[in-house]
Design a protein around this ligand. Structure first.
Ligand code: ZN
Length: 419
């Protein structure tokens, strides 16, 4: 899978601080990476309806982490995926009468264009589900051999020439860490599993929460050779487990994604990793939900604001990025015209404040940006520090030659905003 081009990173004076992030599983503020190589896995898109503001907010949040790590002198290894075959993609293709591969290709390309426009640093490893199938197959074979997975008979007509092989499910009931979603009892957890793509009612499973690892061939659905598993396609959670381990090793620093991925996706991916003897992520970091009109922006509700549509309307992508950064990544917030208008005014003000040769000294502002980012990626505080410098530059000016350039390069390198 091709990534998008990397934006150039300006060199700035000094060195960033060690970055701490909030681990969703424990609630603790933890060191993001001990270094010297910081490793990050962020769940990628299922390529349809890309890129809505919720996606943008997630990838911009982890882009801040990536940039702060680089500024702190760490080497970064960042991996992500594209779920280029899965139930929601096939359902959308069927509903709209579009070929599913064409839909996936177009939406993956659009996502890359949006990420380029938003100045998001690309992942170093970027893999699609389809190209990962051989590794998923060998991994599922290991889980079957180890007794952590089992076959479930398929309905008549499914399974191609080998219907006897059945689908393969992970036996997560053997893992005591699975299925304890905070504040929910077992029935509510099972219901949430169903709402978020699981199949709790599937007959033949050992536990309603067991997720599919390998789905056998079905009439009208694409399938691939799965060796002893039979023809079929991979489950979503094992896809991310396999790609993360392949790219980053058995243990890595941060697993990231939107908060709605916490359960079941990240919980199941982590369970698969444990079943394979891998510790998985040291910290799970989740971003808040972006809403529209008081409701979560989601594909199922159809209330999406797309980055590509805003760009077509002539909105500066840097204003979109500033609108996102005005909210802490863990916050739930609503996209409104006023949020965008405020960001556009801020961008104009920043641009006019850095337009001169001289200005107030920028050193303490750069340090304030670094301090804010090191404290759980506090972008709103970083933006306020830049506002303060711009206010001073525009009102009283300053005589430090080159200060506006230092400020502009720092805002570019650390916040990804080109002024
Ligand atoms: Zn994932």
């Amino acid at each position: 899978m091709h990534t998008w081009p990397a934006p150039s990173l300006p060199t700035i004076p000094g060195r960033g601080l060690a970055v701490h992030v909030r681990d969703s599983l424990t609630g603790a503020l933890v060191l993001g990476s001990p270094g010297p190589v910081a490793t990050l896995y962020v769940c990628g898109i299922t390529p349809y309806d890309a890129t809505h503001l919720g996606h943008a907010a997630t990838y911009i949040a982890f882009d801040l982490l990536h940039r702060a790590w680089l500024d702190a002198g760490l080497e970064v290894s960042y991996a992500s995926n594209v779920t280029d075959v899965d139930d929601p993609l096939l359902e959308r293709a069927a509903q709209t009468g579009v070929d599913w591969e064409q839909l996936a290709l177009e939406q993956t390309a659009l996502f890359a264009q949006d990420m380029t426009a938003l100045a998001v640093l690309p992942p170093h490893t970027y893999l699609g589900a389809v190209e990962t199938i051989p590794t998923v197959v060998s991994t599922v074979e290991r889980l079957l051999a180890g007794g952590q997975a089992y076959r479930v008979p398929v309905e008549p007509g499914a399974g191609g020439s080998r219907p006897d092989l059945g689908d393969v499910y992970a036996d997560v009931s053997v893992d005591p860490a699975v299925g304890h979603v905070e504040g929910l009892d077992h029935d509510e957890t099972v219901a949430l599993f169903g709402e978020r793509g699981g199949d709790p009612d599937r007959a033949g499973k050992r536990d309603p929460l067991d997720p599919a690892l390998w789905r056998r061939e079905r009439p009208g659905e694409p399938s691939w050779d799965g060796g002893v598993l039979g023809t079929g396609r991979p489950g979503w959670h094992i896809e991310c487990t396999v790609i993360a381990e392949q790219a980053l090793g058995a243990s890595f620093d941060v697993q990231g994604g939107g908060r709605d991925l916490c359960f079941p996706h990240h919980e199941m991916s982590a369970a698969h990793a444990r079943a394979l003897g891998a510790p998985g992520a040291r910290a799970h970091v989740h971003t808040g939900m972006v809403g529209l009109g008081g409701e979560k922006m989601s594909k199922s509700l159809g209330n999406l604001v797309l980055v590509s549509v805003l760009r077509e309307q002539g909105v500066d992508p840097m204003a979109i990025r500033l609108a996102v950064l005005a909210h802490h990544y863990r916050e739930d917030w609503d996209w409104t015209d006023e949020v965008l208008a405020t960001a556009q005014r801020r961008l104009e003000r920043w641009r006019s404040a850095v337009s001169g040769n001289g200005g107030p000294d920028a050193g303490s502002t750069v340090e304030a940006i670094r301090t804010a980012l090191a404290d759980d990626l506090d972008a709103p505080s970083a933006l306020r520090a830049v506002d303060t410098w711009c206010d001073a530059s525009l009102s009283v000016g300053g005589d430090v030659i080159g200060a506006p350039g230092v400020l502009a390069r720092s805002v570019d390198a650390l916040l990804g905003v080109r002024v």
